[in-house]
Write a protein that binds this ligand. Sequence first.
Ligand SMILES: Nc1ncnc2c1ncn2[C@@H]1O[C@H](COP(=O)(O)OP(=O)(O)OP(=O)(O)O)[C@@H](O)[C@H]1O
Length: 247
Amino acid sequence: MEKCHITLNNVNLFYPSHIYNATTLKQEIFAVLKLQKKKEKLEDVQALKDFSLQVKEGEKLGIIGHNGAGKSTLLKTIAGIYPIKSGERNVKGEIRSLFDLSLGFDLESTGRENIMYRGLLLGGTPKIVREKEQEIIDFAELGEFIDYPIRSYSSGMLVRLAFAISTSIPGEILLLDEVIAAGDASFYAKAKERMSGLMSQAKILVLVSHDLNTVREVCNRAILVRQGRIIKDGKPDDVIEYYRNSL
Ligand SMILES: Nc1ncnc2c1ncn2[C@@H]1O[C@H](COP(=O)(O)OP(=O)(O)OP(=O)(O)O)[C@@H](O)[C@H]1O
């Protein structure tokens, strides 16, 4: 059987500027009346430039770099969320993304219904999701609120539910963005423990983090990204030292 891998070859990814270039009626009128300068046209943002990366089974890859370097974009590209303009993306293995945790939640539906929707989206069958349901409710500590529409949840309750669902179905490739700020201190400790379990089970881990110590502890490979390109690839200690020296 083919092993899990992530392959990106010469990937170019742009954020289109037309969203920001649109002018409102108010801006048009103000420009005509010369009360405001006409808006300058913004260029598309190229977030990944001829980006090539291979990640093999057994690798735990840390992605480090400055704000705006392209780290989150890279993670979302691996997840297949963003369409690439050119190049090749080839991923073998079941992906579990632990970012945008509440993506796909329906606010009018109850917690219990959302467990089913999200569970199916994560690749579970109705039977598997039903089997996991109680464990998810217990982990999220939602009690009777599980049968209330999630519109009535506090932000912490929502994060706990999202985290409990997203981590209930294991995946072969685990994509993580930063530390997950999940609920209060006691929940955070529980969440951290669950994360460690998931990370050790995953066949491939890709972790974006500003916490260099976490990268050093968890990863066996690191890349430093700057302006949409890899500028250093190697052992976490070496890449972190290079990054620190370049600050
Ligand atoms: N939705 C978007 N629309 C337009 N440009 C974007 C969008 N998201 C990111 N960008 C741009 O793409 C580039 C890479 O952003 P990205 O979020 O991948 O960086 P990052 O390394 O994850 O940053 P941070 O450490 O601050 O989270 C930046 O120039 C950013 O301004």
